[in-house]
Design a protein around this ligand. Structure first.
Ligand code: MLT
Ligand code: ZN
Length: 467
């Protein structure tokens, strides 16, 4: 007699073909997790559909057999949204990676969800257009995952989050219905826009199976300035000075401690001879003859006021890329230390007071841990990473960190901020969702999940629990 697991695998093989159902432990380990640290992947199978029809059949099967499905994109998430630890079937979009249509008049690309961010960016550039959502993981992250987590990144200050660029979307709900949402319309005031429920739903409502993405004009030119500061709070005064007179594409910050990891990992030279406690990386639009002079005079003004103590400006796109590396390579440089990650945000105006209270709290509660501040401070998003000391196991270290997470999130709540600015809730932040969302909001989230996914087959255990 065949076991239930064998039977399930044979049904899946009937849908996608035996070649596209994988059960070897190397595949289960690889596809059963994302970039989240300290997890135990344990899916029952990985399935690789190639069409909407196949996805509909998988969903129908999962409802009939009450099997949990985990949607899987580039698995670059950091909150465990793509984790499969409980014998789920992982549904990978690796084969659904085609660009289906480009419409120059509408400035829209329609594509399958497995297209990577970088592929979309390059395709847009070939058409002399621009897809502005960008992050260090753009080479691996897939559009479906970006939309499911409403990914942010380094250009949010100028272009907003992924949500702003989703003009249409086809989904198969957990119940198995195919919905064609918004169809690329610019204006549409015909009632509830379900597209926005699926953006940021982390695969808990259904599968995103096709996307229509809006594109922007190609930016004409940009320049990067890296400035050194003596304290974190001054960063926001510097932001104000630059933002008032220039168009900013990005405004990022990082501490010298974070920079030290990048410099060590890649044997780079620090940007300045003199050590600065903090750095701000400012990318601004440089299209008129006066933009550079303006940047120079703002820098001089900030220098005279003692806000910045050092600075360098890119003279070419190669130099700009070099400066960006100091910021963009932080995550990969510290990944070997299994850092405990925070991805918090408050309103831009609240950043200085929030940072001073956070800094005071961190010094008090983590006196012996190395804490790294960096992130997209220009949009209010701070990544506070705590580095694991060599002597502690990851489990013990995380336990220690979790003891104080409530205090950090209590502060976030006091400032009306978010416990997840761009990484999503997944499993990691699920116990803390209540610090950012009210009891009533969470009740409505659960009710929405029950409507689209009555049998709770879609990514159960992520974002909210409905059982
Ligand atoms: C980044 O902006 O580099 C990542 O989102 C932050 C992180 O790895 O914590
Ligand atoms: Zn980030």
């Amino acid at each position: 007699m065949r076991s239930n697991a064998d039977e399930l695998i044979s049904y899946l093989a009937d849908i996608v073909g035996p070649r596209w159902v994988k059960t070897e432990s190397v595949d289960l380990n690889h596809y059963g997790k994302d970039w989240t640290n300290d997890v135990n992947p344990n899916p029952s199978a990985i399935v690789f559909p190639a069409s909407i029809e196949e996805i509909k059949l998988i969903v129908a099967l999962a409802n009939k057999k009450k099997v949990a499905l985990v949607p899987s994109g580039g698995r670059t998430g950091l909150s465990g949204g793509a984790l499969a630890e409980n014998s789920e079937v992982v549904v990978s979009f690796d084969r659904m990676n085609k660009i289906l249509e480009f419409n120059a008049e509408d400035r829209l690309i329609t594509c399958e969800p497995g297209v990577t961010t970088k592929t979309l960016q390059e395709y847009a550039e070939e058409k002399e257009l621009y897809y502005p959502v960008d992050f260090a993981s753009s080479g691996s992250s897939q559009l479906g995952g970006n939309v499911a987590t409403n990914a942010g990144g380094i250009k949010v200050i100028r272009y907003g989050m992924t949500r702003n660029w989703v003009q249409g979307m086809k989904v198969v709900t957990g119940e198995g219905q195919l919905l064609d949402l918004n169809r690329g319309l610019v204006k549409n005031a015909s009632g509830l826009d379900f597209r926005h429920l699926f953006i940021g739903s982390e695969g808990t409502l259904g599968f995103i199976i096709e996307l229509t993405i809006g594109l922007s004009s190609l930016p004409k030119g940009s320049t990067v300035i890296l400035v050194g500061l003596n304290n974190m709070i001054d960063t926001m005064t510097v932001l104000e000075a630059f933002r008032n007179k220039l168009t900013l594409n990005a405004f990022e910050f990082f501490s010298d401690k974070a920079l030290a990891h990048v410099v060590k990992e890649h044997a780079l030279q620090k940007p300045f001879d003199k050590i600065c406690e903090f750095y701000a990386l400012i990318e601004f639009e440089n299209t008129t003859s006066s933009d550079l002079d303006t940047a120079q005079s703002i820098f001089e003004h900030c220098f005279k006021c003692g806000l910045v103590v050092n600075g360098t400006i890119s003279q070419s796109s190669r130099e700009a890329k070099k400066l960006w590396r100091f910021r963009e390579d932080i995550t990969s440089a510290i990944s070997k230390y299994s850092p405990y990650k925070n991805d918090i945000s408050v309103r831009i105006s609240q950043v200085p007071s929030f940072l001073s209270e956070l800094d005071e709290l961190i010094k008090r509660i983590y006196p012996s841990f190395e804490t790294l501040f960096f992130g997209h401070i220009g949009d209010g998003n701070i990544h506070l990473n705590i580095v694991k000391p060599a002597g502690l196991t990851t489990k013990d270290f995380y336990k220690e960190c979790e003891k104080v997470t409530e205090m950090v999130f209590g502060l976030v709540q006091k400032f009306g901020g978010s416990v997840s600015a761009e990484h999503g809730i997944g499993v990691l932040k699920k116990p803390y969702l209540r610090y950012s969302r009210s009891k009533e909001e969470i009740t409505y989230m659960k009710a929405v999940k029950r409507i689209f996914d009555p049998n709770n087959i879609m990514n159960p255990g992520k974002l909210v629990d409905i059982n």
